[in-house]
Design a protein around this ligand. Structure first.
Ligand code: MG
Length: 168
């Protein structure tokens, strides 16, 4: 069934790096001396992608959909939040065309983990791996990402609005 229109969205997120937390990026556990601090598992990459998806669909943002003062969401896996975001998108009649994202972090080296993130994200967004791209960059020791006090992520998402009943 033909789509009825394309919609673009962007997302941006930041979390502080602290000792005593797991580092989870794109749903992948990464061995590291610090992890990201947040109400959920603080997966900064998935949060940026969710904001891009919600933005493209005109559904507000992650804070509106999943309030960070909701006790039910404490330490929740962001993969679960991504699944719930996809359910909202499906309900509104959107499917993902493609997503491109960048993690900004000085350390650790993330290149070895990017293929696993890509595969996991594609599976949960219901698209082929070729429709998801995850990159990582440093900021050359500048600013809060450069001095290791936090990580940031940016994402853009393209959605296609489908005719009613496209899934049936
Ligand atoms: Mg966040």
């Amino acid at each position: 069934m033909a789509g009825t229109g394309l919609r673009i969205g962007q997302g941006y997120d930041v979390h502080r790096l602290v000792e005593g937390r797991r580092l989870i990026l794109g749903g992948v556990d990464i061995p590291w001396e610090k992890g990201l601090l947040g109400h959920s598992d603080a997966d900064v990459l998935i949060h940026a992608i969710m904001d891009a998806l919600l933005g493209a669909a005109g559904l507000g943002d992650i804070g509106k959909a999943f309030p960070d003062n909701d006790p039910a969401l404490e330490n929740i896996s962001s993969v679960v939040l991504l699944d719930r975001t996809m359910a909202l998108l499906n309900e509104a009649g959107y499917r993902v065309v493609n997503v491109d994202a960048t993690i900004v972090a000085q350390r650790p080296k993330l290149a070895p983990y990017l293929p696993a993130m890509r595969a996991l994200l594609a599976r949960h967004m219901g698209v082929a791996e070729g429709c998801v791209n995850v990159k990582a960059t440093t900021e050359e020791h500048l600013g809060f990402t450069g001095d290791g006090s936090g990580m940031a992520a940016q994402a853009v998402a393209l959605l296609e609005q489908m005719e009613k009943g496209w899934q049936k």
